[in-house]
Design a protein around this ligand. Structure first.
Ligand code: NAD
Length: 495
């Protein structure tokens, strides 16, 4: 069946066939628990399925299973790991239609966005398949008295706490390098998007990943997520989510000195100088903030405009934002839904507070619905202009389709504004002056800078933040570092 057939079936019946409704441990779906939670379709604001809420016993079994599996997987030859991970990429692509539709219904994003996420997930497995047999150490020159070299060894059991905005590709960007490095996995998807991680774990086994190597426990973050963070058998914890939960997770992991990767979001700036083309700036800013309904850690949520081009850029951008049709992700809209009612209320509270401070709201500013059905959790594409550096709309991560505009005159001022939040994930600079582009790029306190484009780069580039955006890098060859530990070996050459 094509994605269109599956989508049509869902839009007619409100049901999706063959959804796993419980945890995936030791290569199979476990019997459903008595404690269940409803999963909602954000595009309709209606429940469409239930899933199991895990308890201490489920998480304990998953970690014990992963610990056993890690002991044998580290002995599998790098070449064999490479073959299996390439199979995973193929199996994901064969199941892309089903995975994409489930992702739309569970997360609220558009079908085109979900299809992009599944392809990225397949590419991540392909990319790290290619790295599995290249995890070499190095030979170290200690003179003639010793032969010295390093080994890169797998860390063991790895824990992955997954957010709801990119449930498939965040799963893949942690699981693929972990498996390539010889580690095993326990993953916990977010409460509002439990299904694709379960399906992907099943597909991994179908592709030849040994049973028990990848386990998924669904449930509450404060419950099974916290248990995972506290468990000493987890040797590397990869967390993506909010700053407050990330700090909490770091505190829970600290007594065991567990290795951590924290990816905690941002308030990323797009800086446009007076020599930039207003059309290109408006186009970059449009995609930077309205992709995935703004629910992206690296969204371009601040547009920092030189005063000379402010009016031109904002006229184009506001007109485009006004033409956006938000609707159910399976009906080919310009923008999908907000993932949960709770998160929609958070976005609304941020924007209401800005309005009550007298914000210069150029467009949007309120919740809306899918106009075809009158249902769903949607927020209007919103642009708020002329904000001061200390305004909460500039400082707080809103995580929705809300763009904050700041204005500047000098290069120093632009740099100061861009770096003037507690976040430091990515940044972008639009200018025709190469020297200025490089000066600004070098001054940015963040993990990635693009010039004259916003979403430049891909999974081949390391990704991660500075300051409260977190630490550690995922993607790229650097993404393997979290899952390997370096051991130095020296051999005396004495006779
Ligand atoms: P969250 O940080 O609470 O949830 C992220 C993940 O952490 C989920 O899987 C959740 O179950 C788990 N979790 C929650 N509490 C936990 C705990 N005590 N111990 C272990 N795991 C726990 O995020 P949220 O409440 O779903 O969203 C709130 C904010 O987080 C958003 O407004 C946004 O700013 C941010 N966010 C960022 C990203 C990102 O990509 N960086 C993704 C999602 C959300």
């Amino acid at each position: 069946m094509t994605a269109q057939d599956i989508a049509q079936g869902y839009l007619t019946s409100g049901k999706l066939d063959n959804l796993p409704d419980s945890h995936f441990i030791n290569g199979r779906v476990t019997p459903p628990s008595n404690r269940k939670m409803e999963s909602f379709d954000p595009g309709r604001a209606e429940a469409f399925a239930e899933f199991s809420l895990g308890d201490d016993g489920d998480m304990d079994r998953a970690i014990a299973t992963a610990e056993k599996a890690a002991a044998s997987w580290r002995l599998v030859s790098p070449g064999a790991r490479c073959t299996i991970l390439n199979n995973v990429a193929r199996v994901f692509r064969e199941n892309a239609d089903r995975l994409s539709v489930v992702e739309v219904v569970d997360s609220g994003k558009t079908l085109a966005e979900a299809e992009g996420d599944i392809e990225s997930s397949a590419r991540l497995f392909e990319y790290y398949a290619g790295a599995a047999d290249k995890l070499d150490g190095r030979s170290v020159n200690l003179g003639t008295a010793y032969t010295a070299f390093t080994l890169r060894e797998p860390v063991g059991v790895t824990g992955h706490i997954i957010p709801w905005n990119y449930p498939t590709s965040t799963f893949a960007r942690g699981v693929a390098p972990a498996l390539a490095a010889g580690c095993s996995v326990v993953a916990k998807p977010a409460e509002t998007t439990p299904f694709t991680a379960l399906i992907m774990a099943e597909l991994l086994c179908e592709a030849g990943v040994p049973e028990g190597l990848v386990n998924v426990v669904t449930g509450l973050g404060s419950d099974v997520g916290a248990q995972m963070a506290r468990d000493p058998r987890i040797k590397q914890l990869t967390f993506t989510g909010s700053v407050s939960t990330g700090i909490n997770v770091a505190q829970m992991a600290a007594p065991n000195v567990t290795r951590l990767t924290l990816e905690l979001g941002g308030k990323s700036p797009l800086i446009a100088f007076d020599d930039a083309d207003p059309e290109k700036v408006a186009d970059g800013a449009y995609w930077a903030i309205f992709s995935n309904s703004g629910q992206i850690c690296s969204a371009g949520s601040r547009l920092i405009l030189h005063k000379a081009i402010r009016d031109d850029v904002l006229a184009i951008l506001t007109e485009r934002a006004n033409s956006i049709r938000p609707a159910h992700g399976l009906t080919a809209p310009d923008m999908g839904a907000i993932n949960s009612e709770l998160h929609l209320a958070r976005i609304k509270a941020h924007v209401d507070a800005a309005k009550s401070r007298g914000a210069n709201l150029l467009t949007g500013g309120d919740v809306t619905v899918d106009t075809e059905t009158g249902k769903g959790w949607f927020f209007q594409p919103t642009v708020i202009a002329d904000l001061a550096a200390n305004d909460p709309a500039v400082q707080d991560e809103i995580f929705g389709p809300v763009l904050s505009i700041q204005n500047f005159e000098s290069e120093d001022e632009a740099i100061q504004l861009a770096n003037g939040t507690e976040f430091g994930l990515i940044a972008s600079v639009y200018t025709q002056d190469v020297g200025r582009a490089m000066r600004v790029a070098s001054a940015m306190d963040c993990g990635q800078v693009s010039v004259n484009d916003y979403w430049a780069g891909g999974l081949e580039l390391p990704f991660g933040g500075n300051k409260k955006s977190g630490y550690g890098r995922e993607k790229g060859l650097e993404g393997l570092d979290a899952y390997t530990k370096v051991k130095s070996i020296t051999i005396s050459n004495a006779s």
